[in-house]
Design a protein around this ligand. Structure first.
Ligand SMILES: [Zn+2]
Length: 494
């Protein structure tokens, strides 16, 4: 059994952090005042599902303890712990593709529980429910049968229809503090008799970003031999170690094409998670910025930070994160103006640089990405006349008609142009939101492929830093709150 399962809390006493949530729920159980629907919101691995299971056990426990905890020894508690209590139904809305199954399950809530006092539905990643399933859920929540409890968990509250939120009791789960994660890891290390280095635990806590389960998983992965050293983690994840990050950044600033390419190949060959790499790179750049506040190289680090932060923000829209990183790095070398460090570090041979620009960026690309890699940097998107610049810095602010006009000239993209021509747009900070005029155009424009294409075009014309979004226009909902199309659809029918 994995460590995180071994140390998964079975009652509120051993839940880590979330003191407020625990206290309120324990009191509700004690006073028999639990409600029909709970909504747990918080980032991943902050304990939402764990608390949901304990609560589900609590409402069905036959001998609740005096502090509001499930007893852990009655038949219902035992069955629940072994996953045998049929009246506790767990649904992962993110992985279950049988949309109708979920709806049927929710509709079956009308029937009496088989063994326990309550039928408890734990719906994880509830924002992924289809509008039909939301509809079924809402119908049940409007007239909740007495024997049913819903515990909805989500990482993305903005995608939950207001109608659902207003019928639930909402709890916000906080990210677990690094110190608390470290303390917990110390506890586990002590129990498991693992020798640990403090700095290794700090690195793990930072990598896990407030998620205890991620932290325990990393801990387990790197302490298999009974000893945990920071060096082990850095060796395995050497590509997010300081040395590699420094070399990577240096190559970019010096516009050293060969070196940069070599770094990209190592990243790809080790199948490093692009998100993890970018996160560590951003931390690294932030530290460099702090150290060079009054120095000439500050602005280079700051520019790189903005560039990679932009890429990070777009990860969720791309089917291939590595491809996004790769092409962005190529464009960075080809057109950015990271000149400040240029003079203070080793001078770049101008000849080499010119050649790299001239003969394209794909000469020694690895095979898997050879064809794909060149795609987004083809002529017409990035051309010498449209240098890649930072928004704001160059006064290159967004211009919708220029954007559309440019797309009109790109071959095989006329359907995008036609869709855009009859769309409106709005700016929300650095997000350009395109509002297609009808559902047909919405479906044409709102695909991963078109999003990526629009994003690339946006970058090439107006500099990295803008993010594209595509949403149906809803005049009545102009609160500026970011709502996604799923939630929109769901709300349209209510
Ligand atoms: Zn019990």
């Amino acid at each position: 059994m994995a460590l995180y399962q071994t140390y998964r809390p079975k009652d509120f006493r051993s839940v880590f952090g979330q003191a407020f949530v625990r206290e309120v729920l324990q009191n509700a159980l004690l006073q028999n005042r639990t409600v029909g629907a709970y909504l747990f919101h918080g980032s991943r691995w902050t304990g939402k599902t764990t608390v949901a299971r304990i609560l589900a056990k609590g409402v069905n426990c036959l001998a609740l303890t005096t502090d509001g905890n499930p007893c852990g020894v009655c038949q219902n508690c035992l069955d629940a712990d072994n996953g045998k209590l049929l009246d506790i139904i767990e649904i992962d809305a993110a992985s279950n593709t049988g949309v109708d199954n979920i709806r049927d399950m929710i509709e079956r809530a009308q029937f009496q529980p088989t063994q326990a006092p309550y039928k408890v539905y734990i719906i994880d990643e509830v924002h992924m429910l289809s509008k039909w399933a939301f509809n079924a859920l809402l119908k049940t929540l409007e007239e909740p049968p007495k024997h049913v409890k819903f515990i909805l968990a989500t990482t993305e509250i903005q995608k939950i229809p207001d109608t659902i939120i207003s019928r639930s009791q909402r709890y916000d789960f906080k990210r677990i503090k690094n110190e608390d994660i470290i303390e917990r890891l110390h506890f586990i290390a002590h129990r498991e008799k693992i020798e640990v280095e403090e700095s290794a635990l700090e690195l793990i806590a930072r990598l896990a970003k407030g998620g205890l389960r991620d932290a325990i998983t990393l801990f387990e992965q790197y302490s298999a031999g009974g000893v945990l050293k920071r060096k082990y983690i850095e060796e395995n994840l050497e590509l997010i170690g300081e040395d590699f990050l420094l070399a990577f950044v240096k190559a970019l600033i010096e516009k050293d094409t060969d070196q940069t390419l070599a770094h990209l190949i190592s990243l790809r060959d080790k199948s490093l998670d692009v998100r993890l790499f970018l996160e560590q790179l951003l931390f690294f750049l932030r530290d460099r910025m702090k150290d060079s506040l009054k120095k000439i190289e500050f602005s280079s680090y700051a520019q790189l930070f903005e560039i990679f932060e932009g890429i990070y923000g777009r990860l969720k829209f791309t089917p291939d994160p590595f491809l996004l990183l790769e092409t962005s790095v190529f464009r960075c070398i080809a057109t950015s103006e990271l000149s400040c460090l240029h003079t203070t570090l080793t001078p770049t041979p101008p000849q080499k640089e010119r050649e790299a620009k001239k003969d394209g960026k794909s000469s020694s690309l690895p095979p898997r990405h050879a064809s794909l890699g060149t795609e987004p940097v083809k002529e017409g998107i990035v051309s010498p006349s449209s240098p890649w610049t930072e928004p704001g810095l160059s006064g290159n602010s967004f211009d919708f008609s220029r954007f559309i006009e440019h797309i009109r000239t790109i071959p095989k993209r006329s359907f995008v142009w036609l869709g855009l021509r009859v769309s409106t747009y709005s700016e929300e900070g650095h997000t350009i939101v395109i509002h297609p005029d009808n559902d047909f155009n919405l479906s044409k424009l709102d695909s991963a492929d078109v999003r990526l294409f629009l994003q690339e075009t946006l970058d090439s014309l107006f500099g990295i830093g803008y993010t594209i979004d595509i949403r149906k226009w809803r005049a009545s909902k102009s609160t500026g709150k970011s709502s996604q199309s799923l939630a929109d659809d769901a709300m349209d029918i209510f």
